[in-house]
Design a protein around this ligand. Structure first.
Ligand SMILES: [Zn+2]
Length: 315
């Protein structure tokens, strides 16, 4: 079997992370650092410079090792179109609009280029080498600034739905989502959703919170709750109740064999996971579906590599 060499690029909300995937192995190069995206006046051209710069360096390293690149594969926050290779208008990449990244990179490097939503990529990565190994029906959910989802059914990625932007009912409360519609899971479970719940419990004003402070809340909640602080415990309880309601919907509508939770708000937080499971138990109609934390350090890089390998096999 030929061992394909895939250059992978994970465009996060705050940085770009490059890695090479060969077979099952993820290789990082100290010469290719992560590149920050915050406060640099990001636009299509800037993003292209950052990505092509990293890719160029990796290709020169691989060329010295007499290796050829099979494909470049990119994970990016949505909205995007994998089929046309265009990053459309992602709220988490302000300044990047209708960017035909696949065509631009093909022109520069004359190699196959693939583009995939980052949550879809993480789902594939976790299913391939992480917490979802051995399962064919997987729902992956990322809880960070946004609420992303990737659904794998019968081993195949279903990339049509965004669970974080589907109707979700919390009794006695209405919230407007970042997408403009009301009562989506993201409005309760993303960074701003957690911050809004926190403001209610702490008696502060959500609109007065600075963006960087909103991002610190999940860490403070983790610390405060494990120290037994009443208000942080109350926030942890409320958030896990919201998450339980959401997961109940996800299970009812998708019937997965396993749910994998990733993203900054819940990563390595078994306290929050266990509390969520307790809330979920209240819904008697919910069958026992294992709910686990994501395992991989670089699920997006591995996932886009897996995606590229599948596409290469097809061609
Ligand atoms: Zn929404």
């Amino acid at each position: 079997m030929i061992k394909e060499t895939i250059i992978t690029v994970d465009i996060g909300a705050s940085k770009v992370h490059f890695a090479v995937v060969e077979g099952n192995n993820l290789i990082e190069y100290s010469e290719i650092p992560q590149v920050g995206l915050v406060n640099i006046g990001l636009d299509n051209q800037k993003l292209l410079e950052i990505i092509s710069g990293g890719v160029k360096k990796i290709i020169s390293i691989l060329t010295k090792q007499k290796e050829t690149v099979s494909a470049i594969s990119i994970g990016s926050p949505g909205s995007l179109d994998s089929a046309t290779g265009i990053i459309q208008n992602p709220p988490n990449l302000k300044g990047v609009i209708n960017f035909p990244i696949v065509d631009e990179l093909k022109k520069l490097f004359d190699v196959l280029v693939f583009l995939l939503n980052d949550a879809d990529a993480a789902a594939l990565g976790e299913g391939w080498l992480g917490a979802g190994q051995g399962f064919k029906d997987i729902v992956y959910i990322t809880l960070s600034s946004g609420v992303g989802s990737g659904i794998i059914k019968d081993g195949k990625l279903q990339n049509k739905r965004e669970l974080g932007h589907e109707q979700f009912v919390v009794r006695d409360e209405q919230r407007t989502c970042s997408c403009g519609e009301s009562n989506h899971a993201e409005a309760f479970l993303g960074t701003n959703g957690l911050a809004e719940t926190s403001a209610q419990i702490m008696g502060t004003k959500f609109s007065d919170m600075k963006t960087e402070d909103r991002y610190k809340i999940s860490i403070e909640m983790r610390k405060g709750a494990s120290n037994g602080d009443e208000k942080w415990l109350a926030l942890e309880d409320k958030y896990s109740e919201h998450l339980g309601i959401f997961l109940n919907e996800v299970i009812t509508n998708n019937r997965p064999q396993i749910i994998i939770l990733g993203g900054g708000i819940i990563q390595e937080n078994t306290r929050l996971l266990n509390k969520t499971k307790q809330h979920l138990k209240k819904f008697s109609e919910t069958e026992e579906v294992p709910i686990v934390l994501a395992k991989l350090k670089n699920p997006v890089n591995l996932g886009v590599a897996k995606y590229a390998l599948e596409q290469l096999k097809r061609n």
